[in-house]
Ligand binder design. Sequence first.
Ligand SMILES: [Fe+2]
Ligand SMILES: [Fe+2]
Length: 667
Amino acid sequence: MQHTFKKICVLLVFLLLLPLQAKADIVFSVHANNPPFVYVEGKELKGFAVDLAKEIGKVLNEKVDFLPTSYQSEAIEAVKDGRADAVLVMGFYEGAGNSLVPTDPYFYPYYVMAVRKGSNLKLDDLKQKSVAVVGGSALESYLISNGFKNVVSLASHEEVLEALESGQVDGAFMVEQSYGYLTEKLEISDTILLPEKVQLAQYAIGVSEKNSILRVRLNDAIRQLQVSGVYDQLVERWLGKNELSPAFVNTLVRNIAIGAAIGAIVVALVFYWVLKMLRSNRRELAAAYEQLAAENQQLLASYEEILNANKELEDMRAKEKSLLGLMGQLRPDVEDESFYSYLLELALSLVPEAQAGSILVRDDDGYVRFRAIRGYSSLLSTLDLRPEWVYRPQGVEVVRELRDSAMPPEIAAVFSSARPSPIVVSLAAPLIVNKQWYGSVFVDSFEEVDFNEQSIELFESLTSLASAFTALKVHERTANRFLKEIILILVKALEYRDPYTAGHSERVAKIASDFASFIGYTGSTSEDIYWAGILHDIGKVGIPDFVLKKPGSLTPEEYAEMKKHPVFSEEILEGSETLRKYAKWVESHHERWDGKGYPKGLMGEEIPLEGRILSLADSFDAMSTDRPYRKGKNIQESIEEILRCSGTQFDPYLATQFTHFLKRYFL
Ligand SMILES: [Fe+2]
Ligand SMILES: [Fe+2]
């Protein structure tokens, strides 16, 4: 059963394929009188379209047959009634209807108008004249639909041309190629084409609308012929090169395409060039900008350099100024603490690497003490240090991790508690006086740093100034000490002359200065009172021995002589620049509050305060000291005596205060 079914299927396929095999030939109906496209020569059908059809057959591997007709309309009819498959030459133009479906046009002929030479007719003129045309063609349709009133339809192009030549008609309407071909063949020379080409038409193969497969195949074949160049050969052979053939159109299209391609390439190149220009311009611009930016940068850098140089100069000036300021402080009247604090502050501003610092100076008592501290607890200033505990640099030194190992543990503990963190690196310099170490200056950093050259140089300059100041102070102290020693020697010499008053000056000096401190004396230093006390009786050197050394009571003359000693004291001290300030004090130590004293009889507050203080101290020492002629009063008796004389001999306020002082320190 299955076998039988297979047989039937094979048979059916064979039967289906059979009619296709029989219809393998393509039959083209052709209007046989359309030279040079289709025409009959002898018994043979010739022309461009005929050769084209044959080539199509080769491409499609089909046998091609022709069905010639006398009129174009007959050819169309043949396709419609199935006697032919396609009309080989179907001419049409834009806007014209078609009863068959055309393939893609294979040729583009121009409809042209021929007139007799010398007729001077224009195309429009001919609309009113008679124009001959092949009947049943697209040409005829064109004339009728375009306002040509007298259209003479004839059977062939030859007849059309002959009608014109003979003067039967005024114009002959055909395609350009037919006119050229026939005038040459028939040797017609008295006709001429109007200069304007009337209409661009198209030639295509017309197929029945039912046979769309054939149309597709024909289109494919025509394209293959155009691509392979066969088409161009046919055009060249039959129609000449200059015709507007599809090949020409193709060439044109190709040329246009090539042109367009070239144009596109040119445009692309131009575009590329413009782009490149733009890019290079942009690059140039960028380069220019970069250069400008670089120059600007350079300018800025120079400007910055100038600014920096200026700043450096200003810095230098500021440093110079501070150094000059420090040099201005190199005076003996400037206090140690004030100078060293100023110097340390300056050192820290000139050595930016350091965060803290200190200055240690050896005092006359041999102990070393902090005179200035920055960045550490002021606890350090309470320490009395032995020189061997302190680091003593030989010159300006960079010291790493300054150790307190030389100190006793309790002192080292104070040191470590006084620092915010351990010192990593220091700049240290000694204070040198007479080639001896007198102290150390330190600026310290709590982190690892390299002190730059400038810092070190400035530090060195500063510490040189500090050494100079220290030397000045040391010399001043030495000079003072020297002066004081001379004074004490002088006073001692005086006391050798007046053995009864031995030690009197020193006791008065001590009591007066202590009392000055007791009452909060602020007019000068208590040290000044002390020295005034030492010197108060110095004028006694001018008193003759017989008065000064007289053991008994003095005569009025002797007493008058004795009363001169405060004036002598005053005169002596006036002669000394350093001691002049004590002159009026010592001159007034025998004045009385009630004005009955000497040498001037000053009263109350006319007497200098220091003189009033000296008077109390002097009287107390005199009354409390044993004399050869009497025994000295004890403290209580002295207090009573002072209170008794308060307001007469003594300033009552000071007298009361003095009794308090005596009670406090002597009872
Ligand atoms: Fe005196
Ligand atoms: Fe005295």
